[in-house]
Ligand binder design. Structure first.
Ligand code: AMP
Length: 287
């Protein structure tokens, strides 16, 4: 694999690749890589001739300065692991802030209701920042395929919308959530959990699994209340939101609907660490 720090040299290299009509797959990450990221990269390796992994903790998507400051970094470990996974022709792009934002980005996106709910309403400006950086990467790298995790379901839906409204020709591939053996969704932020918080965090998945078992059996509102109550019973965890939504447009549903993908989406605070997760409750078949 080859490591790039500058847009210009990455672009030059990609230009040569494009002349050979080789398929380019992009996996954007914020580093502190784990098996969730590697599952995206492994799929990209199968489907693309050249994979570009980006590692950049994007400041414009953090609404909370403290969250940005304490976001985990381990570039040496990331590079070591990527070296054993990626092929000779694959690339890692590690720009700094100046490289990505030589000037403040003034782009403002309108995703309608999609960025006003769930993560959007709890993290104002978050998805605008995500759209800014992802569209920059799409413009620089011009990938044929780009891989995103279903772990961040709302982000995945918004990126699909971004591609639709900007007419970019990249194909967006959603990849399933990778979990720890006890069910906790893998996340770079998990390493910020204390021992006790980590033990309690498993309740998020337990609650989602219970919701899965009860979907379509009890009313939507009762299921929401039960799920939130189960987690809030812990003295360490507190639910920010739990919404049961139509997987296509992320609108909350009031009644169970057959023949539609329905997801339960949750955000939980464990101490100062924010955990997000989701589960397909009906007709799970997202990618
Ligand atoms: P991040 O570094 O957290 O921005 O994540 C980079 C990409 O990896 C995003 O598309 C995430 O949705 C995806 N991702 C993160 N955690 C997981 C996971 N546990 N399973 C699957 N994909 C994940």
């Amino acid at each position: 694999m080859k490591v790039f720090y500058k847009k210009k040299s990455l672009k030059n290299r990609l230009e040569a690749i494009r002349k050979k009509h080789l398929k380019i797959g992009l996996v954007p990450t914020m580093g502190a890589l784990h098996s969730g990221h590697y599952s995206l990269i492994e799929r990209a390796i199968i489907e693309s001739k050249v994979v570009v992994v980006t590692i950049f903790v994007n400041p414009t998507q953090f609404n909370d300065r403290e969250d940005f400051k304490k976001y985990p970094h381990d570039i040496e470990k990331d590079l070591m692991e990527l070296r054993s996974l990626l092929r000779k022709e694959d690339m890692v792009f590690i720009p700094d802030n100046k490289e990505m934002y030589p000037e403040p980005d003034l782009l403002v996106f309108d995703f309608g209701h999609l960025d006003k709910i769930m993560e959007g309403s709890h993290r104002p400006g978050h998805f605008n920042g995500v759209a800014q950086i992802v569209s920059k990467f799409f413009n620089i790298i011009k990938p044929d395929l780009a891989y995103f995790g279903e772990k961040d379901l709302q982000q995945l839906v918004i990126i699909r919308k971004l591609v639709e409204i900007t007419n970019m020709r990249v194909q967006i591939i959603g990849c399933p959530i990778i979990r720890e053996p006890d069910g906790l969704a893998m996340s770079s932020r998990n390493q910020l959990l204390s021992g006790e918080e980590r033990k309690e965090a498993v309740k998020v998945y337990q609650a989602l699994s219970q919701a899965f078992n009860l979907a379509d059996k009890i009313p939507v509102e009762t299921l929401k209340k039960n799920t939130i109550g189960f987690i809030n019973n812990s003295s360490i965890l507190s639910v920010e939101y739990f919404e049961i939504v139509d997987g296509e447009n992320l609108l909350p549903i009031k009644k169970w609907i057959k023949n539609k993908q329905v997801f339960g989406c949750i955000a939980v605070k464990a101490g100062n660490v924010r955990l997000i997760d989701n589960i397909g409750l009906m007709n799970k078949q997202y990618t």
